[in-house]
Design a protein around this ligand. Structure first.
Ligand code: ITT
Length: 183
């Protein structure tokens, strides 16, 4: 089975390609540039984006919206994660969190898939905490400041672990099940 993934993020693309390959699905890249809507809901963002991608591509396609939700900041940056990373970076987050005992954070992903039957969504969450410093070289985005629950290493220090328990892994697994039922 082959399927298009519309994204500009090569980190996401690499992980999704690897994870889906192991379950027998080949990913084709659709480098789709699109201005996300403003919403606090990753599902709303993903649902809107996939309609545009499908309109452009005219083939079954999925998109994925991911946010880092920091408990102490009432879930911010959430759907604004890309802007946060661009403007403040991981250094900025570590600095703002200095001395903060509540470091709980959550990665939340929503995949939206669209074909002639309409849109379906799949979700995946990964709970953890923000590290005290930037650690590790692998991965992308916030990986060097996020430690999943039960672990001591950041995602960037243990990418093999990331791909077995991450928000992306969980959402792709749920998505692949619904895809196999649907097609
Ligand atoms: P597309 O919308 O084109 O797919 P994007 O980079 O804009 O790419 P998102 O809005 O979903 O994607 O991502 C928000 C930010 O969160 C962005 O800066 C990502 O690099 C980062 N991010 C997403 N998944 C991540 C992960 O698994 N680990 C670390 N950071 C991640």
């Amino acid at each position: 089975m082959e399927i298009f993934f519309a994204t500009t993020n090569l980190g996401k693309l690499g992980e999704a390609t690897k994870i889906l390959k192991e379950i027998g699905i080949k990913v084709k890249h659709f480098p789709f540039v699109y201005n996300e809507i403003r919403s606090d809901s990753i599902e709303e963002v993903a649902r809107d984006a996939v309609k545009f991608a499908y309109k452009r591509l005219k083939e079954p396609v999925f998109v994925e919206d991911t946010g880092l939700f920091i408990e102490k900041w009432n879930g911010f940056p959430g759907t604004y994660s890309a802007v946060m990373l661009k403007k403040l970076g991981n250094e900025g987050i570590i600095k703002l969190m200095e001395g903060e005992p509540n470091r709980a954070a959550l990665f939340d992903t929503c995949i939206a898939y669209h074909d002639t039957n309409g849109t379906t969504v799949a979700h995946g969450k990964c709970y953890g905490r923000i590290s005290e410093s930037i650690r590790g070289k692998s991965g992308f985005g916030f990986d060097s400041i996020f430690i999943p629950d039960g672990g001591e290493q950041t995602f960037a220090e243990s990418i093999e672990l990331k791909n077995k328990l991450s928000h992306r892994y969980k959402s792709l697994l749920e998505f692949s099940k619904s895809l196999k039922l649907r097609r």
